[in-house]
Design a protein around this ligand. Sequence first.
Ligand SMILES: NC(=O)c1ccc[n+]([C@@H]2O[C@H](COP(=O)([O-])OP(=O)(O)OC[C@H]3O[C@@H](n4cnc5c(N)ncnc54)[C@H](OP(=O)(O)O)[C@@H]3O)[C@@H](O)[C@H]2O)c1
Length: 524
Amino acid sequence: MLGCVNLSDPLDELLVCRLDFGRKAVTPCTLIIFGASGDLTARKLIPALYHLYREKRLPTPFRILGLARREKTDDAWRSELREALDRYSRSQPVDEAVWCDFAANVSYCQGDLAEPAAYARLKERLAASPHPALRTNLLFYLAISPSQFAPVIGQLAAVGLLQREDREGSWQRAVVEKPFGHDRASARQLNADLMRHAHERQIFRIDHYLGKETVQNILLFRFSNAVFEQLWSRQNIDHVQITVSEKLGVGGRGGFYEEVGALRDIVQNHLLQVLALVALEPPVSLEAEAIRDEKVKLLKAIRVLDPSQVAGNVVRGQYVEGEIEGQQRLAYRQEPKVAPGSNVETFVALRLLVDNWRWSGVPFYVRSGKSLPLSASEVRVQFRPTPHVLFAAQCGPRLDANSLTLRLQPNEGITLRFNGKVPGASMQIRPVRMHFSYDAEFGAYTPEAYERLLLEAIAGDPTLFIRSDEVEASWGVVDPVREAWGGEPLTEREFYQAGSWGPAAADELLARHGHAWRNPQPRS
Ligand SMILES: NC(=O)c1ccc[n+]([C@@H]2O[C@H](COP(=O)([O-])OP(=O)(O)OC[C@H]3O[C@@H](n4cnc5c(N)ncnc54)[C@H](OP(=O)(O)O)[C@@H]3O)[C@@H](O)[C@H]2O)c1
């Protein structure tokens, strides 16, 4: 059901169409955070929950129960979280009165997840909740190591806190952090382990990119604008570039990164999710399953590279010393907890083809890297050039083809690049740009991705979460690449200077097909 409301501003003829009348309501519940003393809880979860509380979006009553091994009192945990809010809250200063109200709903339970006693204690604490819904409507947030996901779900089921069937009037769900598996076989195994105790509809696999406004906007933008919708195919689009670049190196996370690398850390999840949204067919409705069905179809249509094709379509890289914004940077191999001879990729670029009717022959170039000149995520849709009949003699290929850039972060917005006449007596054409900026249009308010995702998980709407077949299909795209690399040492050509846009081979990958990377600009 949708309705249209005329904006009150008399100067503005815009219509706002509401698409969320059928949205699921939040119901009273307890959120149990496993990993209460961890980085994710302090940096993302608690700030997001504080803001949801401040905006009165959480159900009433609502409780947060944190669990970890370290001994501490409720008050000690609250003051740790309060300090973290000062550092990580998107709004400053923290509203003390709101915090005090919020914190009254927060408590701590000590326990080792490897010990059955922890679950017994948790059950006891929940049983003592004053409101019946707080005892049985349970959202388990697994902010713990991936190796603990399956055992914890098993233990919760064993003590009866997680019921496979939704009983009348009560529910239990689990939010599972990334990474979900380290390849397709392990993801499949983890899916099987979780689904032994819970329905697919009870498992909420997180990819925080899906919580971003700009990523959600891809679908709305594509299917609500006839101008672009009609151009969105191989007939008009020459190729697509998707970049997720990070200025930071691995810093203190070398130990984690050594196990993962850019392909598994970013490509398998964030980049393929964005690609799926850019390329999927129109879903039959906005229902979660309709959208997720189309994403799976798209992911399955990505051509799987056989080992002999990997070298020609994938470039990996690792950063060596360099300089970013006047600051000297270490080589990856010199970072703490990184092996001196490590061959882990800190950069990867792929040329992917989508074998379906719409995209046949259109390359999707995706890349991600660390220690690049700029932190930015963006999609650039490069349209085909016009026939050069009118301007061929003078301009030839110098006549710029149109492009559309979706800036996912930062400087969130969209830029359309097209050609215009340079004013004056001479006849000159050059590209000009038309910008839409979220800040200018909607103000600086940008909720954190985790706010939206937590709210959806509490409401039980899985649209912005990854389904089991989706995660397996994504691994199916990246696994053959890793297998083809097969532990081969990096060659000289695969190293790049910190502060550059990756190895020269990444430029050559596109140049071979007559294309060139368009790098994100600090302010475009
Ligand atoms: N941090 C991020 O920005 C981020 C981003 C994306 C995904 N993730 C994912 O989120 C999860 C958590 O990451 P993190 O960075 O928050 O990790 P972390 O800082 O290492 O925190 C791990 C938490 O787990 C608890 N824990 C570990 N073993 C336990 C046990 N046997 N029993 C009870 N509690 C135990 C630790 O507390 P005690 O030591 O007190 O027990 C700590 O609270 C991981 O799956 C990670 O991949 C994190």
